[in-house]
Design a protein. Structure first.
Length: 608
């Protein structure tokens, strides 16, 4: 995610802004910038690259005199990393400047309206719309102007704003994206996260949605959207810096698991328009969608596992044959393509060597390619014919969680769109699925709230040597990801098995006390898998079952049951994976392992 800082006080602002941004580097970014009021005008410096570039350009802030300013580290969502797309963004006469963290979901419509009013845009960002709207609605009263924007902008935002003719004030406003206010002895601060201000103060105010704050050198005034003053109480932070970067969570993986509801919403909501799905970046007409004869999904690791799930979803919803390939295999097997094939390349980093090579192999054969990628401007994002971004924000933990969850959402949206256009989904089915999709973020939150139960169960298996995950259909795909999560962060051998395959070999490995995790979310396969659970149970296995709420008969055979909230059977992976992520996480930390940086692993495998 982007990082925002702001300061107004007795001291030079630029060095404080640069220091604050350096404490937000963990959030991931591709460019940075600062703007400072120098007593007459607002000066700005911004550049692509690491903070070091900005520090050199500003001589650690020395070339930007002034005691009030705002700063930003950009994690690109709209528009690739570039100097022009970096924040802050000016209005046309440079009397207003803004930094933004979040996604303006209706920026295309707003941009068109501002262009019709004669505004010219110099960047590809959604944020620049805000700068021009502040200019258009500005009536000399910053608070009034900000409220006008709030009523017109849809999406998530944390904004830091300077108005040149209000030099003794800094403004900020929050909706959905995090924002804190720091009250210091030598000035006041805004920031996306606590680490940016801890060096100066431990007394912070957590902004709530649709709250506005006006900072002066020695005062803080909070308002609601009706411009009424609010009383807010500060929180005294006793975290150390390291804990603060994780938002108070012990590890990045735990933090990122808890970011899944927001990441799923950010990936979903901008593509839901008036009870329909609009995927502007797909680059395919309805005719072209109807002409698709085959889909390949190509990826590595967890991204590949989303493809295994998605095969059932595309084939079920859109009746398009799907082949799922490991990129490291696909790139060398000289694949044979028929006409009207779509190759979907899935990658969080957008830099995985095997996946990039697979993309190039498909393009070399003239096949249409679509990327599902999290890092904006990454190699796969740039080289695929079209790219559909997952807006999970930067993922720091090596074991993917929120990126995986948003990749699933991208697949669901595509499959539903294809099914609707090709007429294989009725309108009633489509609308029902839309309603189920919208519930997923909240349902993930609910499952995360039971994490202590999973932790208690996990602590019984710290000494396990072999664990089996079984399921059928989509449940088999979920088992693959659950097994990888456990393996890669706890170093316990585990294996995902199609439950129907047990009798063809694996069941010989089941012995007294062997843990078997059974996933039973598919109604049409439930009874079959239940009988597989009985098979392993009679051979001494200890069974953890993940199933839909109401399937209480599972308790007759399983030793520990996790129930999932009701959702469409195509979407159950998004819920079932939560307890399995938590299980792997708690086994790993129970063994005292480095859960965020497991041995031998890299976050992005950019070599073969
Ligand atoms: C999953 O937890 C791993 N981090 C790994 O399997 C990862 O999914 C795989 O390396 C693919 O990475 P990518 O999505 O960045 O291409």
């Amino acid at each position: 995610m982007c990082g925002i800082v702001g300061y107004i006080g007795e001291n030079q602002a630029a060095p404080i802004l640069l220091d604050g941004l350096s404490k937000l580097e963990y959030r991931g970014y591709d460019s940075a910038g600062v703007a400072v009021y120098d007593g007459e005008k607002i000066q700005m410096v911004k550049a692509t690259g690491r903070l070091k570039v900005l520090e050199e350009l500003t001589q650690d802030g020395a070339v930007l005199p002034g005691t009030s300013g705002i700063g930003h580290t950009r994690w690109a969502t709209h528009g690739s990393p570039s100097d022009a797309n970096a924040h802050p963004h000016f209005n046309k006469d440079q009397s207003i400047v803004v930094v933004h963290n979040g996604i303006i979901e209706n920026y295309v419509k707003l941009k068109k309206k501002m262009e019709s009013r004669g505004y010219q845009f110099v960047s590809e960002t959604d944020t620049e719309v805000i700068a021009h709207m502040l200019d258009y609605y500005y009536n000399g009263n910053p608070l009034d102007t900000i409220v006008k924007i709030m009523h017109r902008v849809e999406g998530s935002y944390a904004l830091g704003i300077l108005f040149r003719d209000h030099p003794d004030e800094v403004y900020a406003v929050r909706k959905d994206s995090p924002l804190i206010v720091g009250a210091g002895k030598e000035g006041n601060f805004i920031a996306s996260d606590v680490p940016a201000v801890l060096k100066y103060t431990r007394d912070v105010y957590f902004m709530e949605n649709e709250e506005i704050v006006k900072l002066t050198r020695d005062s803080l005034t909070f308002y609601n959207i009706d411009e009424e003053e609010l009383e807010k109480r500060p929180t005294h932070i006793d975290w150390d810096i390291n804990a603060a970067e994780k938002g108070g969570y012990e590890h990045f993986m735990l933090k990122e698991m808890h970011e899944q509801p927001g990441a799923v919403s950010d990936t979903l909501n901008p593509r839901l328009k008036e009870n329909d799905i609009v995927i502007e970046e797909l680059g395919m007409t309805d005719e072209e969608i109807r002409s698709i004869r085959k889909i390949y999904i190509v990826a590595c690791g967890s991204a590949y596992h989303t493809g295994v799930t998605a095969k059932y979803v595309y084939e079920g919803m859109a009746r398009i044959p799907v082949e799922v390939d490991l990129a490291s295999e696909f790139r060398y097997r000289n694949p044979i393509f028929e006409d009207n094939t779509l190759v979907i390349i899935v990658s969080q980093s957008g830099e995985t060597a095997d996946t990039l090579a697979a993309l190039r192999e498909a393009k070399a054969k003239g096949v249409r390619t679509l990327g599902i990628v999290n890092v904006v401007g990454s190699s796969i994002a740039r080289e695929a014919d079209n790219v559909m971004y997952t807006w999970a924000g930067p993922e720091i933990a090596v074991a993917t969680t929120k990126a995986y969850s948003t990749q699933l959402i991208a697949h669901y949206l595509l499959a539903m769109k294809f099914g609707k256009v090709r007429g294989t989904l009725s309108d009633a089915e489509f609308q029902g699925m839309l309603e189920d999709l919208k519930q997923i973020p909240e349902q993930i939150s609910l499952l995360l709230s039971h994490k202590e139960n999973v932790q208690r169960f996990a602590n019984r298996y710290l000494a396990a040597e072999h664990v089996f995950f079984i399921g059928r259909g989509i449940d088999y795909a979920i088992s693959m990801e659950g097994s990888l999560k456990l393996k890669e962060i706890s170093y316990i051998h585990s294996e995902a098995y199609a439950a129907g395959e047990l009798k063809h070999g694996t069941i010989s490995l089941i012995e007294e006390g062997r843990l078997v995790v059974a996933v039973l979310t598919q109604p049409s396969l439930y009874k079959k898998t239940l009988s597989n659970v009985q098979e392993v149970k009679t051979r001494g296995a200890f069974v953890m079952a993940v199933t839909n709420a109401g399937n209480t008969e599972v308790e007759k055979v399983a030793d520990y049951v996790i129930y999932l909230p009701e959702t469409n059977h195509y979407f159950t992976n998004s819920l079932a994976i939560i307890p399995l992520q938590l299980f792997g996480y708690y086994v790993s930390i129970g063994k005292g392992l480095d859960v965020d940086k497991p041995r031998n692993l890299a976050k992005s495998v950019t070599v073969e």
